[in-house]
Design a protein around this ligand. Structure first.
Ligand code: IPE
Ligand code: IPE
Ligand code: MG
Length: 249
């Protein structure tokens, strides 16, 4: 029997400075598959295993929230067959891992336009959210059919409605108030954003929320991203000096 050898994780993490919220742009599934002369969908299939691995490890480290970018509003530009395949992945993911995530007290949440997904996909995701709603461990949020610009426009529309109906005045529209209209309103601020596959851009992810996050861009393709890479990203985060516009004394 062949067992994959686990790499040693030797980053000396400061357990008092673990990021509360880590957001991942899960990129490189297609290239990972292409390197193996396999269809892009195989990369997406393998990429779901990484979500499970990282969620369990993040939970173990005491990370409060982990948000994963699974499908952008722009990803509809892809071939219909690839989009259809991606929409089937939540079922595969939760069938395989929901019980284990439940056992580890992980709470599932969602941001994006769920109503645009096939009914079956909607149901699977809603069931996972309902089943895990009382859990108190890691909050694992799927950004699925999500776009940062769209989120800001949706929030703006909500706020305009409130103003039009006379519920608020212009002075009520503060940064805090605006934030409370974003899809992430119940999540802690994002401390660390990690993008795999070497691309250095946001691709419309959490545009408002990433204003003061630390960014780590890792060359690893998403299906190969593992606990060791997570520790590496956290170690880089811990080496950074966060200033939030001020001056460190
Ligand atoms: C990320 O991998 C997954 C999604 C965007 C759904 P990609 O599919 O973008 O993989 P590459 O970037 O083509 O390698
Ligand atoms: C960003 O990756 C979207 C997700 C990871 C879901 P893309 O692969 O779609 O981004 P671009 O097109 O390279 O910017
Ligand atoms: Mg990509």
């Amino acid at each position: 029997m062949f067992f994959k050898k686990k790499r040693k994780i030797d980053y000396d993490l400061d357990m008092t400075n673990i990021p509360k919220h880590i957001a991942f742009i899960m990129d490189g599934n297609g290239r990972w598959a292409k390197k193996r002369k396999m269809p892009r969908t195989y990369g997406h299939h393998e990429g779901t295993k990484t979500i499970r691995t990282l969620a369990l490890e993040a939970n173990r480290l005491g990370v409060k929230a982990m948000t994963v970018y699974a499908f952008s509003t722009e990803n509809f530009k892809r071939d219909a067959s690839e989009v259809e395949y991606i929409f089937k992945l939540p079922k595969e993911f939760f069938n395989l891992y929901l019980k284990e995530l439940m056992d580890n007290d992980v709470q599932i949440r969602y941001i994006g336009h769920l109503e645009m997904a096939p009914i079956e996909t909607q149901k699977i995701i809603k069931d996972a959210i309902a089943q895990t709603a009382q859990n108190h461990g890691l909050i694992l949020t799927f950004a699925f059919i999500y776009g940062g610009r769209d989120e800001i426009i949706e929030a703006t529309k909500d706020i305009c409605e409130q103003y039009k109906n006379g519920h608020i005045t212009l002075e009520d529209i503060t940064e805090d108030y605006f934030e409370r209209h974003l899809m992430t309103k119940d999540l802690p601020p994002v401390d660390l954003m990690v993008r795999s596959s070497g691309e250095c851009r946001l691709s419309n992810f959490l545009l408002w929320q990433l204003a003061y996050a630390e960014f780590v861009f890792d060359e690893t393709l998403w299906p190969d991203f593992d606990e060791e890479r997570l520790h590496h990203a956290i170690a880089i985060y811990q080496g950074r000096e966060r200033r939030f516009g001020g001056v460190l004394k």
